[in-house]
Design a protein around this ligand. Structure first.
Ligand code: C5P
Length: 235
């Protein structure tokens, strides 16, 4: 069973407030997308990489990854889409049919540990068709509805049963393709694109399993997240 990873890097990173797309922002002098690609390639369980590039950045990202001695697996770079879901679909279209397992990983999680990548791939190979890494939630989470001058709390889910999910998320290629196809068919009626791939699988009614996540795979959204990641890199 071989594995292909789709590395989503086409976001603008508006919340980071830089001139560059987030995937090209440096962490310890190395762009986030290169950190993530090195970790996927170095895990020993990923055989090929498809990267979704932000507008006009395909050549830059191709050069960055193919010139790096640590990215030892074949890399294809495609243009991303207007949403993360559309970018993953573009990645899947370029993935071909020779890999049975597909990981989807966000370049916004550059310090993902190799152990976590191996845990996800191992669980898919062991027979779970959809696997996501998750961590217990430490904050109490409220569900809200719009209110007149302040949001209204409509529920408090039991924290013990909540998980904050990360990437890479792993799937059999067949299931991920089916989930994206159904998601595209629905997209006329549903305005909001899925923020993760497991959500599309859940919408099919197919089971999704959780493996233990890792705080080091934290997502970089803000300048503060970037500073915390830089501290982790120094350790
Ligand atoms: O926007 P968000 O931080 O949730 O994006 C998660 C990941 O999806 C990032 O790595 C980003 O580059 C990627 N993305 C993408 N195409 C988009 C939007 C986001 O590949 N249109």
């Amino acid at each position: 069973m071989t594995t292909l990873a789709i590395l989503t890097a086409a976001g603008s990173g508006a919340r980071l407030g830089r001139d560059l797309p987030k995937a090209l922002v440096g962490l310890g002098g190395i762009p986030l997308v290169l950190h993530a690609a090195r970790r996927l390639a170095g895990s020993g369980v990923v055989d090929a990489l498809v990267v979704t590039a932000p507008g006009g950045m395909r050549d830059v990202i191709t050069h960055l990854l193919t010139a790096d001695a640590s990215v030892t697996i074949p890399v294809t770079v495609v243009d991303g889409g207007p949403t993360r879901q559309a970018s993953v679909a573009a990645g899947l279209a370029a993935a071909g049919t020779s890999h049975e397992v597909v990981l989807v990983h966000d370049a916004a999680r550059p310090l993902v540990p190799a152990d976590l990548i191996r845990r996800v791939v191992g669980a898919v190979r062991a027979g779970h068709d959809a696997v996501v890494p998750g961590l217990p939630v430490t904050d109490t989470v409220k569900q809200v509805a719009p209110g007149e001058d302040a949001e209204l709390v409509v529920g408090t889910p039991d924290r013990a049963r909540l998980r904050a999910v990360q990437t890479p998320q792993g799937f059999t290629r067949e299931l991920l393709e089916r989930a994206h196809k159904a998601g595209q068919d629905r997209s006329g009626s549903e305005a909001v694109a899925a923020t993760d791939d497991a959500g599309l699988v859940e919408a099919l009614g197919e089971p999704v399993h959780i493996v233990r996540g890792d705080p080091a795979a934290a997502k970089i959204t803000t300048e503060r997240d970037l500073r915390i990641a830089a501290l982790e890199l120094e350790d």
